[in-house]
Design a protein around this ligand. Structure first.
Ligand SMILES: *Cc1c(COP(=O)(O)O)cnc(C)c1O
Length: 221
């Protein structure tokens, strides 16, 4: 079921760029995840909370689970005990809920601020102004159980590589701006999550540290 050669090729590319591969297993069966796990893959991404929880319960406990889809506040509690990284933080209220649930679990949960960089209005995420307002807020500064470690974004779904490259470049600029303005003494702010099956090579060229690849590994959904 797994595209083994494709997997090895992508791993080579990510290694060359010192980036990490997140295998996006949404909609795919546990057997497929286990197969990739047996090849050595440990980081997997899901976009739905219920599916993530079901898979986490059934699969090896050393898997690092990444939540990459939009997250409703009332569902944070289900993933708070185990989630490795939340890629899709797009509001102060969501951060507050993550902070609260992480505190209940005695954990610090890592997250990325999701930016809106694509032309499609259906894709969600913050503007740079909104992100700065969030990081400037007293509420954020008082949080002890959530740690912002970088940014995430999705480029437009288009064949226009120029457009995609521009969007990745913009996300890189946002990342640099936040790093210099808010995180200059925090080495933990280092993740730039961008790139999917159709554009991960461009993303790596543009400085991505985490590519989220699904269909190239597991086949089309
Ligand atoms: C589905 C998804 C991916 C992976 O998409 P592919 O095109 O299958 O590689 C990456 N990021 C997010 C946020 C997704 O929802």
């Amino acid at each position: 079921m797994i595209q083994v050669q494709q997997y090895q090729h992508i791993l080579q590319q990510t290694t060359k760029h010192k980036a990490q591969l997140i295998a996006v297993s949404k909609t795919k069966p546990k057997e497929a995840i286990q197969e990739l796990y047996d090849l050595g893959q440990r980081a997997f991404g899901e976009n739905k909370v219920q599916e993530l929880v079901d898979k986490q319960e059934a699969l090896p406990k050393d898997i690092q689970w990444h939540l990459i889809g939009s997250l409703q506040r009332n569902k944070v509690k289900y993933i708070a005990p185990f989630v490795h990284l939340i890629h899709s933080i797009d509001s102060l209220k969501l951060l507050q809920e993550i902070n609260k649930r992480a505190a209940n679990e005695g954990r610090v949960i890592d997250g990325l601020l999701q930016f809106h960089i694509a032309q499609e209005s259906t894709k969600f995420g913050l503007t740079i102004e909104e992100a700065c307002a969030l990081l400037d807020s007293e509420a954020y500064q008082a949080m002890e159980h959530v740690r912002v470690v970088g940014v995430m974004g999705m480029a437009s779904f288009t064949d226009d590589t120029n457009q995609v490259q521009q969007e990745f470049e913009q996300l890189y600029q946002h990342f640099e701006h936040l790093k210099n303005t808010y995180f200059s003494n925090q080495a933990s702010f280092k993740e730039l999550s961008m790139g999917m099956s159709g554009d991960y090579e461009w993303a790596l060229e543009a400085g991505s540290t985490m590519v989220r690849v699904g269909s190239l590994l597991f086949g089309t959904r």
